[in-house]
Design a protein around this ligand. Structure first.
Ligand SMILES: NC(=O)c1ccc[n+]([C@@H]2O[C@H](COP(=O)([O-])OP(=O)(O)OC[C@H]3O[C@@H](n4cnc5c(N)ncnc54)[C@H](O)[C@@H]3O)[C@@H](O)[C@H]2O)c1
Length: 403
């Protein structure tokens, strides 16, 4: 590997842009590629199109210094990284069309000795499919290029730090590819680089998220059982966790975001018979959100029967997890929107958003004053010391009033 290899970064989203900027900050020339022209233009102006702490300054610096430039097409380079979306289709099957089209667009630019690394979360076997695609069009490259898979496990909100410091599992299609990829990541990663094969690295990423999903499903199931048994689930879990080898997670409104709620399906769709527990965890977490909706509707019905008028419901928190503004796949948002669609009187509160194009937001204090039923959906830190007057009904699905 050259002292300062040139790099193409395919996909300039939440993963691709911070990665491209970090690599460029190490003095490597990076050609960032995205199919969205407005994204390319924004980056070439030294600006960013996503929300991520510390990223704007870094992108501004590396673009100004000439180490990062964006385009809609790749140029021949030493290393190619791919971080394009891998959503699932209606039937929960992975949709690999973005990966395939990114691979197709780099194929004409590949030269002998190139290293291609897939970072998109992908079903097991995707790196081999990428290999087949490349060699079908360029058979002369067989044995002459390197291919590897290296999953990304950063936490949005802390991406720059984690990109640099997290350990990474790096799996090539052969040992030479693994070694080549490890030498490349050494340019910008301080965490440990663990060699493995492509299949294992692909599975590692899926299993990390399936494991979180499974543990949350256990907590969510307990919350439903405890509700029926008249037990405070938060107190019960806190006490169970006093056991030195027990560590139960907190239940919530469901599971959201674009990773934990998506990636386990990549295992289920490929190994349907063998993945009963993984599928059940997904279903349990999805069901939990519906259960929350039913609980709120029942409470609203009781209120109407008792008071002779519709209850005003405050939905406290819309994001998919505490202390962020990200609404993607958010169960809290689904609860809020379902109640509105079904005609209930809802005040939507999300402190981490100043405004929201699709729905009207109400301030926390106004909602607490106006609403009859206060529903805590996300345990944002601001909700922890909130005082709710005694005549209000509280439904706490995230344990924020138990702190
Ligand atoms: N965001 C996260 O926190 C996170 C964490 C770990 C793993 N991942 C995985 O990383 C991958 C990328 O996720 P993301 O959050 O960065 O997605 P994103 O949607 O933010 O960005 C993807 C970018 O790729 C571009 N793109 C699509 N097709 C392209 C093509 N053919 N050529 C060039 N660019 C193309 C899109 O325009 C978009 O800008 C996914 O597989 C995701 O599951 C994401």
């Amino acid at each position: 590997m050259k002292n300062k290899p040139s790099v193409v970064m395919m996909g300039l989203g939440y993963i691709g842009l911070p990665t491209a900027a970090l690599i460029a900050s190490r003095g490597l020339k990076v050609n960032g590629v995205d199919i969205r022209e407005n994204v390319v233009e924004t980056i070439n102006q030294g600006k960013i199109h996503i929300v991520e702490p510390d990223l704007d300054g870094l992108v501004h610096k590396v673009v100004k210094e000439g180490f990062l430039s964006a385009a809609t097409k790749p140029i021949p380079s030493d290393v190619y990284l791919i971080a394009v979306p891998t959503p699932f289709k209606e039937n929960h099957e992975p949709d690999l069309t973005y990966v395939a089209s990114a691979v197709k667009s780099i194929i004409p630019t590949l030269t002998k000795g190139a290293l291609v690394i897939l970072e998109s979360t992908s079903p097991v076997g995707t790196t081999r499919k990428m290999e087949a695609l490349i060699f079908k069009e360029r058979p002369e490259l067989k044995g002459n290029i390197y291919l590897a898979y290296c999953p990304e496990r950063v936490l949005p909100g802390n991406i720059i730090y984690e990109l640099k410091h997290n350990d990474r599992a790096i799996g090539g299609i052969d040992k030479a590819s693994t070694q080549k990829a490890i030498s490349f990541y050494k340019h910008f990663v301080a965490g440990e680089l663990h060699p493995t094969n492509a299949k294992t690295a692909e599975m590692v990423k899926l299993v990390e998220n399936a494991s979180r999903d499974n543990q949350i499903a256990f907590a969510n199931e307990l919350s439903i059982i405890c509700d029926k048994a008249g037990i405070n689930v938060w107190e019960m879990i806190a006490l169970a966790n006093k056991h030195p080898r027990v560590n139960i997670l907190n239940p919530g409104t469901g599971v959201g975001g674009h990773c934990i709620a998506v990636d386990p399906w990549f295992i289920v769709s490929e190994f349907p018979k063998e993945s009963a527990l993984i599928r059940k965890s997904r279903e349990t977490n999805t069901y939990k959100t519906q259960w929350v909706i039913e609980k709120i509707k029942n409470e609203a019905l009781l209120f109407k029967q008792e008071k002779g008028r519709e209850a005003i419901i405050a939905c406290m928190g819309l994001a998919f997890k505490p202390d962020i503004d990200d609404l993607r796949e958010s169960p809290a948002l689904l609860v809020n929107d379902t109640l509105i669609t079904e005609g209930l009187k809802v005040l939507s509160v999300e402190l981490n958003l100043e405004s929201e194009s699709a729905r009207k937001l109400t301030s926390s204090s106004e909602a607490l004053q106006q609403a009859d039923i206060i529903v805590f959906l996300v345990s944002h830190k601001e909700f922890k010391n909130i005082t709710v007057s005694e005549n209000k009904i509280i439904l706490d699905f995230c344990g924020v009033t138990n702190n």
